[in-house]
Design a protein around this ligand. Structure first.
Ligand code: SF4
Length: 333
C-alpha cells in the first residue's frame, strides 16, 4: 500500500468516540459520538499530507488524537516505527517535541499576557536544558526564519496583525525542531491577501528544515496548492486517498466528486457542472449504517446501507471506500 521505508507516521484503525449519558432511564447503552471511526493512512517523510472534508467530519479531532492531546479510543499510531500506544504519558510528553501543531486561530492560541519572547521560548523552557542565553539566541534565530523582526520581541499578541500572529505560532511550533507538524486550518482565519504569504513561508520552511506536514483544511484550493497527497474524510471515516493530481483530475468516490465540483472556476466559459448534495450531513451521534454517505449518494444501492465498503487500492496509490469500485481493487483478477 505504501513505501514503508519512507513512512514517518503510520495510523492504523484509529477511533475516537465520545461517550455521553445513558440513552434512557432503564438503558445500559450510553450515547456515543463517533468523531473518528477507524481511520488508517501513512505519511511519508518530507511530504505534505492533506486531510479535507466538511466542517464536523472529524478532521480536527483526528489531528488532536494523533498528537495524543486527546486519548484515542482504540487503534495504533506509529511515529518513525515507535508505537505511541505502548508508551507511558511521560514518554509521550517527551516525544511531543517531534510532533508540533499550528492551530487555526492564532489570536485564540496565544496567551495575551505573554510577550513574543515568552511565547516562542515557552517550549524551550519545558524541553531544553540550554542556558537562558542560548535559548534567547534560538528565539531570535527562529524569529528571523519566520520573517519576524527581532525588535518585536517584547511586544504582545494584540500589537500584531493576523499574519504576524500566525508567524509567531509557526515560530513556536518549529523552535523544538520537530519532524512532523500538524497544521489545523492554519490560514483559514487570515485575510486572503495574507494567506499566500503564510503558505509560501510554510513551503520554504518545509524545504529548509526537512519538515513533514499534515495539513487539515476545508479549503480545497489551498490543499491543492500545498499538499502532495490528500485524504478525504466524511463523518469520521476516510473515503478516498490519492496523490494530489490524481485526486483532483480523477476523483473516484462520489463524495469527493461533489466536493471538487464545488470549487469555483475563474473562467466564465467553463462548463464544469456543480453537483449539489441533497440533505444535511447526518449526525455523528447516530451515523447511517453501512456507507455513511448512502443517505446523500445518488448511486446508493441496498448494499450501501448494509455493508461498510473498506478502503481498497483501485489504482496505484489511489485508495477508495465505495462499493462501486471493483472488488479486490487494483489486485483484482
Ligand atoms: Fe455511494 Fe454506495 Fe459508494 Fe457509498 S458505497 S459512496 S453509497 S455508491
Amino acid at each position: 500500500m505504501t513505501d514503508r521505508g519512507n513512512v514517518i507516521l503510520q495510523v492504523e484503525n484509529v477511533k475516537k468516540y465520545f461517550y455521553g449519558s445513558r440513552k434512557g432511564l432503564f438503558s445500559r447503552e450510553r450515547a456515543c459520538v463517533k468523531a473518528v471511526d477507524g481511520v488508517s493512512f501513512s505519511v511519508r517523510k518530507g511530504e505534505t499530507f492533506g486531510i479535507v472534508g466538511e466542517s464536523g467530519c472529524g478532521k480536527s479531532t483526528l489531528c488532536k488524537t494523533l498528537l495524543h492531546l486527546i486519548e484515542p479510543t482504540s487503534g495504533e499510531i506509529f511515529l518513525e516505527g515507535t508505537n505511541l500506544s505502548e508508551l507511558s504519558k511521560e514518554e509521550i510528553r517527551l516525544l511531543r517535541n517531534k510532533m508540533q501543531i499550528i492551530f487555526q486561530d492564532p489570536y485564540a492560541s496565544l496567551n495575551p499576557r505573554m510577550t513574543v519572547r515568552e511565547l516562542i521560548k515557552a517550549p524551550l523552557d519545558i524541553f531544553s536544558t540550554d542556558k537562558e542565553e542560548e535559548k534567547m539566541k534560538t528565539v531570535v534565530q527562529i524569529m528571523h526564519l519566520v520573517g519576524l523582526n527581532e525588535e518585536f520581541i517584547n511586544k504582545y499578541p494584540h500589537e500584531f496583525s493576523g499574519g504576524q500572529r500566525q508567524r509567531i505560532m509557526i515560530a513556536r511550533a518549529l523552535i523544538l525542531n520537530p519532524d512532523v507538524v500538524f497544521c489545523d486550518e492554519p490560514v483559514s482565519a487570515l485575510d486572503v491577501s495574507v494567506r499566500a504569504q503564510v503558505l509560501n513561508l510554510m513551503k520554504t520552511l518545509q524545504k529548509k528544515l526537512d519538515l513533514t506536514y499534515i495539513f487539515i483544511s476545508h479549503d480545497l484550493s489551498v490543499v491543492r496548492y500545498l499538499c502532495d497527497r490528500v485524504a478525504v474524510m466524511y463523518l469520521g471515516r476516510i473515503v478516498e486517498v490519492a496523490c494530489k493530481d490524481d485526486l483532483y483530475e480523477n476523483p473516484l468516490h462520489p463524495y469527493t466528486k461533489c466536493l471538487l465540483s464545488s470549487i469555483p472556476v475563474p473562467d466564465p466559459e467553463s462548463k464544469t457542472e456543480r453537483i449539489v448534495l441533497e440533505g444535511d450531513v447526518p449526525s455523528a451521534y447516530d451515523p447511517p449504517s453501512g456507507c455513511h454517505f448512502h443517505t446523500r449518494c445518488m448511486f446508493a444501492t441496498e448494499k450501501c446501507s448494509k455493508d461498510y465498503p473498506g478502503l481498497i487500492e483501485v489504482e496505484k496509490d489511489h485508495l477508495v471506500a465505495c462499493h462501486l469500485c471493483p472488488e479486490g481493487g487494483l489486485h483484482a483478477e
